[in-house]
Ligand binder design. Sequence first.
Ligand SMILES: CC(C)(COP(=O)(O)OP(=O)(O)OC[C@H]1O[C@@H](n2cnc3c(N)ncnc32)[C@H](O)[C@@H]1OP(=O)(O)O)[C@@H](O)C(=O)NCCC(=O)NCCS
Length: 143
Amino acid sequence: MKIERMQVSDLKEVMEIEKASFKMPWKRAYFVYDMNRAQAYCMVARGNNRVLGYLIGWKVDDKLHIANIAVQPDERRKGIGGKLLKTILEIGKEIKCKGIFLEVRVSNRIAQNFYRKFGFVHTFTQKQYYHDGEEALILEKEL
Ligand SMILES: CC(C)(COP(=O)(O)OP(=O)(O)OC[C@H]1O[C@@H](n2cnc3c(N)ncnc32)[C@H](O)[C@@H]1OP(=O)(O)O)[C@@H](O)C(=O)NCCC(=O)NCCS
């Protein structure tokens, strides 16, 4: 499995994973927009010529924001998400970011476990963050 820069040709598979993973999936255009933005890091995990997962990170001032991460449902719990996350942590250090943060649904216990394993801590709760009214936990890690 390799981590590579996301290509337009990956978007069909990315969108399938996105729709299978989220209640309110990103539109294809959001990925295209980020792929053309210097402040956005768009990567895929690839194996056997398939997209196994992806991560989008945004540089915001001196921090990195994980805007999106998902792994193909039948490929989860095999270390793919961890490899994507470690890659963005390395990039964050290289580009001298001081920290990294993200929002996660209060109901998404799997993702919370995932981030905790990599040293993220809960710093803040944002009420009514999602369009359906659910709260977001803000998780952060120093770099
Ligand atoms: C969150 C997600 C990206 C994790 O990807 P993954 O490839 O399955 O993660 P990894 O295999 O690298 O798991 C690393 C660690 O995370 C935790 N973890 C992952 N899945 C878990 C699960 N189902 N239950 C409990 N802990 C879990 C474990 O600590 C795991 O380490 P371990 O397997 O040694 O116990 C994946 O579950 C996913 O795509 N979820 C749907 C989309 C999503 O919720 N994205 C995050 C939005 S904020």
